[in-house]
Design a protein. Sequence first.
Length: 90
Amino acid sequence: CVVKCVQDEQCKACLDALQEIDTRDQVESYRAITSFESDLLRDFSYCILEKNNIFECDAEIPEKLDVKPLATFRAKPLTYESASEILIGH
């Protein structure tokens, strides 16, 4: 999967662009990836990240999340009005 990507001009250009970006900069990485999006890049990403797990990720995905809704915001009870302000961004 690596050889195919490196031999393809567009896929290789994406890898080169990603190489220049700080790995912590998710926004710039996303921009680079979407600029060079292709089936080959998708297959490459799946191959290195999922099939071969190059980053050795071993976090387990929980089967069921237990997320409680917010009851307070800024040390005050959450009301419809304060929830609307959070949603709108005020």
